[in-house]
Design a protein around this ligand. Structure first.
Ligand code: NAP
Ligand code: SF4
Length: 683
């Protein structure tokens, strides 16, 4: 064991269970929980993680009754005939040497079906369904359902359960006035509102016996109005402890909170101070969570005494061998989660199977297999952006001899730009990971050299991952001195105080944020998070710093700006720009770019009002000069096709992947997945 991670890697005995180290693999709803036969894939997913050093795993949320399931036919555990399915998973995990706890999660008013229930019939702002109010006997039955599901979990071979009491689900809804207006014994005062949670823990412990792990996920910071004061949170912690919980896991923020808690813009280990406050007041082990994605951060948090355990979920999607690599002292070989949410939570919230942008094998362990090659080939790869790096790594891992060419002095492609956006610094980890892996796998890398067909003559196979050119929109004046491309801006070209951004896609948003972000901004003050733990729910009035520039973003289409950004992160980007007073003009026709700004025609403001959201073509338009000092082009990309054209008719196999293949959908998730699938399909 490396001394570097001594806190992280030391065992912990909780009751009769010894955890091999201080990392819990946190709950993730994979989408396989309800799929017919999904238990076999789920077992393969967990087993790969146990082999990679995971100790205690917490499953995705399973409801104690059908009305608490997140969706129609969502996973629930109510009868013994469901046990064989669970035993496939628990047996596989135990045979591999791991431990596994079932998460019991009742969705309450977040359930997306007509049988949703809640303490009071108040609809959640993120759900279309108004829940039915639970009657007094319904509440009793629900407590019993939790106890019965925990008993069944034990019968199924689980080592414990995690009772989901945070993130705004049913138990959390009972705890706060915001969602609990009851006047019976389950509401009306803080102790009465806590009764549901403590009764569940008490009865779960009673039913499962003393030697079973009972974790409780405690909402330590609700981040919604009319929520718990921290003294109420502590009172609940003490009651839960007395009721028989073995570990308290920290929960931060309800899903409906308009404050980022796990997105890439949240500082690393940004909420462990809350766990520390719990730990100082409670006796049982406290686990901390949120944006801990490297062994260094986890070690720091534990060494500082903020928590006894660290829960990580997404980092185990990104790299199943996170713990083993830390144990072997190889942190640079860890494929680090960059908190983008693009293939994990965005998929879960839109009903798709979870995976990972940086590791497309996640949740496809049995299908996307990188076995040893039968015929080792010489493969030339052109372009070391996400697609080229991912292909080179996967092909070399299979035993091919890979040579990678990159025109720029460094590897990374578009990720070299992404990592410069405030809050996206973690994208650097992906570049570090691939750089390390390519070295470990003996890939020959030529940087600062634009590959010609002659350079590739040696190869049996060529993979073109040459990426994209930024699109020139063809607006008169768009080559003028005040016009810059987004790449130049992100690389540090001087930009004036008033800026027009042409294009409101992902890059237009990122560039507007880059240009307005005030480096003295404090994440907590900006979003209104009370670090003193005095304000109810942890909420203060947001106090953003003044923006660095006046930015106007323009787009031709009339759709709501930012509507194509990720479902779980788009709202953050939209709020960031709103806080920075960024203006948007939609339905624009570009006339000309001059030294005074951008001359456009756009629908009159009245047209927006009268158009009911959509603007008809015949709506009145006005000509306007958007007066700015600098214009930044963020008008999308076009594939780089030169090399593919040069190699047309080549007798060898030539593949085109990533942005060089499809620029319209340029995104790293698609690029990396395509690259790894190609490497897996080679002979
Ligand atoms: P994009 O999302 O396709 O947006 C391009 C923008 O340029 C659109 O707003 C489009 O709007 C405008 N445009 C297109 N052709 C134009 C023309 N000829 N003249 C003027 N405007 C034109 O592309 P992107 O912003 O470059 O992003 C590329 C990809 O990177 C995205 O698909 C995304 O996957 C990824 N990305 C995502 C994020 C994120 O989610 N935060 C951040 C960065 C990158 P109009 O046609 O309406 O004018
Ligand atoms: Fe992390 Fe992004 Fe992978 Fe999700 S998709 S696990 S956030 S890297």
């Amino acid at each position: 064991m490396t001394a570097r991670y001594q806190h992280l890697l030391s065992p912990l005995t909780v009751g009769s269970t010894t955890l091999p180290h201080r990392v819990i693999m946190g709950s993730m709803h994979t989408g396989l929980e309800e799929k017919d036969g999904g238990e076999h894939e789920l077992a393969a997913f967990y087993v790969e993680r146990v082999r990679g050093g995971a100790g205690l795993i917490v499953t995705g949320g399973v409801s104690p009754n059908p009305e608490g399931a997140a969706r129609h036919h969502g996973a629930h555990l109510t009868t013994e005939d469901q046990l064989p399915r669970h035993r496939v998973v628990t047996t596989a995990v135990h045979e591999a040497g791991g431990l596994i706890a079932l998460q019991l999660m009742h969705s309450g008013r977040y359930a997306m079906h007509e049988h949703a229930v809640a303490p009071s019939p108040i609809r959640a702002p993120i759900n279309k369904v108004t829940p039915r109010e639970l009657s007094g006997s319904d509440v009793e039955r629900t407590v019993e359902d939790f106890a019965s599901a925990a008993y069944l979990a034990r019968q199924a071979g689980y080592d414990g359960v995690e009772i989901m009491g945070s993130e705004g689900y049913l138990i959390n809804e009972f705890l706060v006035e915001h969602t609990n207006r009851r006047t019976d014994r389950w509401g009306g005062s803080p102790p009465a509102r806590r009764r549901f949670a403590t009764e569940i823990v008490r009865r779960v412990r009673e039913r499962t016996g003393p030697d079973f792990l009972v974790m409780y996920r405690l909402s330590a910071l609700d981040l919604v109005p009319d929520a718990q004061e921290f003294k109420e949170v502590l009172a609940l912690g003490r009651e839960v402890e007395t009721a028989g919980a073995s570990i308290i896991n920290t929960g931060i923020g309800w899903h409906e909170a308009r404050i980022p808690t796990i997105a890439t813009s949240v500082p690393g280990a940004g909420f462990t101070w809350v766990s520390r406050a719990l730990r100082e007041n409670l006796r049982i082990p406290i686990a901390t969570v949120n944006r801990i994605n490297t062994p260094e951060l986890a070690q720091e948090v534990l060494a500082r005494g903020d928590a006894d355990l660290v829960t990580m979920a997404r980092p185990f999607l990104a790299d199943p061998a996170f713990v083993a690599k830390a144990r072997e002292g190889q942190p640079d070989s860890i494929n680090t989660c960059i908190a983008c949410n693009q293939a994990c939570l965005d998929h879960t919230f839109t009903g798709r199977r979870m995976s990972c942008l940086v590791n497309p094998r996640a949740m496809r362990e049995t299908q996307l297999v990188l076995g040893p090659t039968r015929t080792a080939e010489q493969i030339a790869v052109v372009g070391a952006g996400p697609a080229g790096m991912a292909f080179a790594e996967a092909a070399a891992q299979r035993g091919h001899r890979v040579t990678l060419f990159e025109e720029q002095p460094e590897l990374g492609g578009q990720f070299q730009l992404a990592r410069r956006i405030p809050g996206k610094e973690d994208y650097q980890h992906t570049i570090r990971y691939f750089t390390t892996r390519l070295r470990e796998l003996g890939v020959t890398v030529h940087t600062g050299h634009r590959a010609t067909p002659a350079d590739l003559a040696f190869a049996d196979r060529v993979v073109i991952a040459a990426g994209v050119h930024p699109r020139r929109p063809g607006i008169p004046g768009d080559t003028g001195p005040a016009v810059l491309g987004y790449k130049e801006v992100l690389e540090g070209a001087p930009v004036g105080d008033r800026v027009a951004v042409i294009g409101a896609g992902g890059i237009g948003y990122d560039v507007a944020h880059f240009l307005t972000h005030n480096p003295s901004a404090d994440f907590y003050a900006e979003w209104g998070i009370d670090r003193s733990l005095e304000a109810r729910g942890g909420l203060l009035t947001p106090a953003p710093e003044p923006p660095m520039r006046r930015v106007t973003v323009l787009q031709r289409s009339t759709t709501k700006p930012g509507s194509r950004l990720g479902p779980t992160t788009g709202w953050i980007h939209r709020l960031e720009l709103r806080m920075a007073n960024v203006q948007f003009i939609t339905g624009v026709e570009y006339r000309e770019i001059t030294d005074r700004g951008v001359r456009i025609t756009a629908p009159t403001p009245d047209a927006h009002v009268h158009g009911g959201g959509g603007i008809a073509l015949e709506t009145p338009r006005v000509e306007t000069l958007v007066e700015v000092d600098t214009v930044v082009l963020c008008a999308g990309q076009e594939s780089r096709t030169e090399l593919a054209a040069d190699l047309a008719g080549d007798a060898r196999p030539v593949h085109v992947i990533g942005g060089a293949d499809v620029a319209a959908e340029l995104d790293a998730k698609r690029a990396i997945k395509q690259a790894v699938e190609l490497a897996a399909a080679l002979p």
